[in-house]
Design a protein. Structure first.
Length: 384
């Protein structure tokens, strides 16, 4: 049994609802509905939004976000709408977690009565959503994210199981989801979970390459790194830079394979954007730079350096720091610093890749922190 996947999936499904908290999520919902209309969003359906969250090109209006998640969610969206003609799809979704726990309890006799009672209570207390068709896209998006995060947890579990043991690996995969912001973003309608899955998969195959020296694993890792541009342009840039820098420093003779893999992985993103916008660039770049609308601006070097401490400590109510949103990860920083000072930190090649990736994340995202987060005047938490 895929223990990490099952544990993460059932717990996330138990927490999943139709809540929408961020303005951007409203636009992503419209992206799902736009798939059958050539990806042009009906912005007049937006309930409330500060600013102009779309760009216009060739007479159509598009969201400046990746369309990968809406494309993946669209078949589930249509399937949920089909089921709504015969019953309550929201009931089926609500019963996935209790049914899963009930099945698992068959192996543990003392939990069977509790699991059965929980399952029956969910049926008795269920209240159908009014006008389910208005919420089908929200559920579809979140279901894709739950599956993606559960798969990422399983990947982490498999890596750590080889490095330490099964119990530690299972605990770590659970903490990865629920002791960091991962669960929050998973239960939203944003694409973070998909991007994380692609990055984790890329690193999984790169780790296999380091152990086996098989070119096939390097190509798979690089292909996924290039494909990550389709999910989030900056994430794709970061993971590609990390792999290329690592190879440049330690395995220069294989760097050409990485370039080939990245190029092949980028093709779906390029074809999608070229077909829609006549530019083979990620949607976020087109929406920000080639549509006369600019959403996110990079800070100057002075501004960037001035906000560096807030990455760790936060800034009033504008954004959280690492100590706030992930105290588990923050607690590891002093231990790492101590190990470096005492020269006790012996890193494997894979751990060196992760260090490069972490540094690239900080350096590439930091210039956009002030304008993209601190100065973003989103509305208060509001249900759509």
């Amino acid at each position: 049994m895929r223990k990490a996947f099952t544990l993460a999936f059932l717990t996330l499904m138990l927490l999943m609802s139709n809540h929408v908290y961020l303005n951007d999520e409203m636009l992503v919902v419209l992206q799902v509905e736009s798939v059958e209309r050539g990806f042009s969003v009906e912005v007049e359906k937006l309930k409330s939004y500060i600013g102009t969250p779309w760009f216009e090109l060739n007479g159509n209006k598009y969201a400046p976000f990746s369309y990968l998640l809406p494309i993946l969610a669209y078949p589930i969206y249509k399937l949920l709408l089909f089921f709504s003609n015969f019953g309550y799809p929201d009931l089926l979704l609500a019963l996935i977690a209790p049914a899963g726990f009930l099945i698992l309890s068959l192996e543990y006799k003392k939990y069977r009565i509790f699991s059965l009672a929980f399952f029956l209570a969910c049926i008795l207390l269920f209240k159908p959503i009014y006008l389910f068709e208005d919420w089908a896209a929200v559920y579809a998006l979140k279901l894709v994210n739950v599956l993606a995060t559960s798969m990422t947890a399983e990947i982490l579990f498999r890596i750590l199981r080889e490095e330490v043991d099964e119990k530690v690996a299972l605990s770590a995969s659970f903490l990865f989801v629920f002791a960091t912001p991962v669960a929050y973003w998973t239960l939203s309608a944003k694409i973070h979970a998909i991007s994380l899955l692609i990055i984790a998969s890329s690193f999984y195959f790169f780790r296999r390459y380091l152990k086996s020296d098989r070119t096939r694993d390097l190509l798979l890792s690089s292909l996924l790194a290039g494909f990550c541009f389709f999910a989030r342009a900056l994430d794709g840039l970061i993971v590609c830079i990390s792999i290329l820098l690592f190879l440049l420093m330690l395995k220069r003779d294989r760097i050409l394979y990485a370039f080939l893999g990245i190029f092949a992985g980028y093709i779906p993103c390029a074809l999608f954007s070229y077909a829609l916008f006549s530019l083979p660039l990620p949607v976020e770049i087109i929406g920000n730079r080639f549509s006369n609308v600019s959403y996110i601006e990079a800070s100057s070097l002075t501004e960037t350096l001035s906000i560096l401490p807030f990455v760790f400590f936060g800034m009033e109510k504008s954004t959280l720091g690492m100590l706030s949103y992930s105290p588990v990860l923050a607690s590891l920083i002093p231990l790492v610093i101590k190990a470096i000072r005492e020269r006790k930190l012996l890193m494997s090649d894979f751990e060196k890749l992760l260090i490069i990736f972490a540094a690239a994340c900080l350096l590439i995202y930091l210039p956009y922190l002030k304008h993209g987060i601190i100065e973003t005047n989103n509305l208060p938490d509001e249900e759509f």
